[in-house]
Design a protein around this ligand. Structure first.
Ligand SMILES: C[S@@+](CC[C@H](N)C(=O)[O-])C[C@H]1O[C@@H](n2cnc3c(N)ncnc32)[C@H](O)[C@@H]1O
Length: 294
């Protein structure tokens, strides 16, 4: 476990784009009915081909150890949850990539019907045990087959950064919403784990996008009233090995592509050499919370 976490910087975007950003530090007061309908319930099917699959991730194998190691994801979920609407604002919510329920915990009391989903069966099983009053199901977040216009709220936390095709995925998610429905996501953005990126660039599982790139993807997917906020935080670990153990324990690794033992030893040694300080070794994460209206 990290000795401590330090907030390094915090930004609310206000870059002028076709999208409207708000810089309010408090949750939006927009009600579900205050935005004009931006689409018809009978909108035609997505013009996008199905999202390409990413390499298999180890989340299903690590469902049993996820909660022990997921302190970064827990912090992210609590921070993103600050932007959730008060209970009673919206009735139905669909959560993607719910894992064991880190973010579900914050959603549970705010919606009358909450469905938490994940594509990893073992994560769904863990989540169901921890939050039995929530409806749980297996679902591919990138290509959900749910009918259009049937939800008031769509949520996700610590998931979207894995999407290979953000505009396609977000377009599908928007279509699940009723006109005026709302979306809230927590996403890791650049700079996240830059310490590893510099030492082992060939193993980067995906390009970390920026907050601006994400807001443009939301806009391209047809969302409006987009509000974005970021926070960069440094976590200090006793050793590079402890940091690596934490990352592996959450399952955020690619199945079938282990680092050769020699390469792992070199990586940990280099991490210590480059990043060791008096209080330990740091790992930087940047969280982004993004809210938008369908
Ligand atoms: C880092 S965990 C986050 C879990 C939880 N939302 C949290 O805040 O702790 C990412 C989760 O997304 C799920 N996931 C990744 N890709 C997915 C996909 N295409 N469809 C559904 N779930 C997916 C994984 O199985 C995993 O449970």
């Amino acid at each position: 476990m990290p000795a401590r976490a330090t907030d390094c910087s915090r930004h609310t975007l206000s870059t002028p784009t076709p999208t409207r950003f708000t810089s309010s530090p408090t949750p939006a007061t927009t009600s579900a009915n205050s935005s004009p309908p931006s689409r018809l319930m009978s909108e035609s099917p997505a013009p996008f081909p199905p999202s390409p699959a990413r390499p298999s991730l180890a989340f299903d194998r690590k469902a049993g150890s996820y909660d022990v190691h997921a302190h970064v994801q827990r912090d992210t979920a609590a921070w993103v949850a600050e932007w959730l609407p008060p209970a009673g604002t919206f009735a139905t919510c669909l959560e993607f990539g719910a894992g064991t329920g880190n973010f579900t915990r914050h959603l549970e009391s705010r919606f009358t019907q909450l469905e938490a989903t994940d594509h990893a069966p073992a994560m769904v099983a863990q989540g169901r045990l921890a939050f039995p009053s929530v409806t749980w199901s297996e679902r591919d977040a990138w290509n959900p087959a749910d009918p259009a216009g049937t939800r008031d709220f769509v949520a996700s936390c610590s998931v979207l950064q894995w999407a290979a095709d953000p505009v396609g995925v977000l377009t599908r998610w928007r279509r699940l919403l009723r006109p005026g429905g709302r979306h809230l996501s927590g996403i890791y953005i650049a700079p996240s784990l830059p310490e590893f990126g510099a030492l082992i660039p060939e193993r980067r599982p995906f390009p970390w996008r920026t907050a601006d790139e994400w807001s443009k993807s939301f806009s391209a997917a047809g969302f409006t009233d987009i509000r974005v906020d970021t926070k960069t935080r440094e976590y200090i670990y006793p050793t590079a090995r402890a940091l690596m153990r934490q990352l592996h324990g959450t399952g955020a690794t690619i199945v079938g592509a282990p680092l050769a033992a020699g390469r792992l030893v070199t990586l940990l040694r280099d991490y210590e050499r480059v990043h060791r300080r008096a209080d330990g070794v740091p790992a930087t994460w940047t969280f982004c919370r993004i809210e938008a209206v369908a």
